[in-house]
Design a protein around this ligand. Sequence first.
Ligand SMILES: Nc1nc2c(c(=O)[nH]1)N[C@H]1C(S)=C(S)[C@@H](COP(=O)(O)O)O[C@H]1N2
Ligand SMILES: [Mo]
Length: 354
Amino acid sequence: MEIGATSEISLEELQLAARNHGLPLEALRYPITPLGLHYLLIHFDIPDVDAATWRLRVGGRVERPFELSLEGLKARPSQTLAVTLECAGNGRALLAPHVVSQPWLRDAVGTAEWTGTPLAPLLEEAGVEDGAVEVVFTGLDRGVQGDVEHAYERSLPVADAMRDEVLLAYAVNGQPLPPQHGFPLRLVVPGWYGMTHVKWLAGITVVDEPFRGWQQDVAYHLRASEDEHGTPVTRIQPRALLVPPGIPEFLSRSRLVEAGAVVLEGRAWSGWAPIERVEVSADGGETWRDARLDEPLSDFAWRGWTLEWPAEPGEYELCCRATDAAGNTQPFEPEWNYDGVCNNAVQRVPVTVR
Ligand SMILES: Nc1nc2c(c(=O)[nH]1)N[C@H]1C(S)=C(S)[C@@H](COP(=O)(O)O)O[C@H]1N2
Ligand SMILES: [Mo]
């Protein structure tokens, strides 16, 4: 059973896993994830922010630097968008050899309705100067990772920062951002892996050379060893997940299902292009059937799917596989890399039908 791959997990990793929880997979049933069930990833501590004195500072290579209060941001044009967020480390704990970090299985995902003001008009008002190449987003949280003390910061090329769908969000699922999701403001970059969506945002700085911060230039690269710089991780690879059918066995989480017509359901997403196909296998990937796709929620959210399975008594391994309109799909076996990122290998769910 594949969970055996996690046997090297340490108490330090358990400490991270207890802070940063995943989506209980049965919550894939909700098109919009109820807030407390959305996954969480917080590298350092949740900062203590006083909304009354907090300001967003926009500066660097701009003609007119400025500051905005939370009220000032809320007074600007607003937009609400359903967006699927997934941590780039989702699937890490299923890699062998073991990669030491937040030990995600497959549950570091969620979909929320983010409300905020579009970033592009704000950058246009500031006046991005010629020669600008990237926009750096600075969070208020600070800590040490990779032996380097730093604030959590990430950058985007100017053209990506200027895309219509990029938001500065101050609300989620109709409520003010809770502390764990970035109160009072976070960046939302639909289609990109989680690390891009900087929480507790306080600074937006336009720069004229590529940003070299640790979370940008060292972490989140596809590479074979520590000595390699590698390729930066950007958009979300396709993935499909099943709502686990039937009832679980407490410890192993393997499933017990009653024989008969079982409706299998799940969600599928990709940050590169719309989901075009979801296939399901009941025999561990030997044979596949196409699932029926629901209407999309938005251009940037997961898509529901269903398939009726005539379950006869026996032992099965259910698998599902997503393919997007750009032809990206999921490998059957995990592809190892040093950072333990982008493991979108197909899900396997052992099921006993009785
Ligand atoms: N400031 C800040 N922003 C951050 C992080 C962080 O630790 N600090 N974690 C990032 C990572 S790695 C992920 S996967 C997402 C998780 O967002 P969520 O906790 O709202 O689901 O936030 C990103 N934004
Ligand atoms: Mo992440």
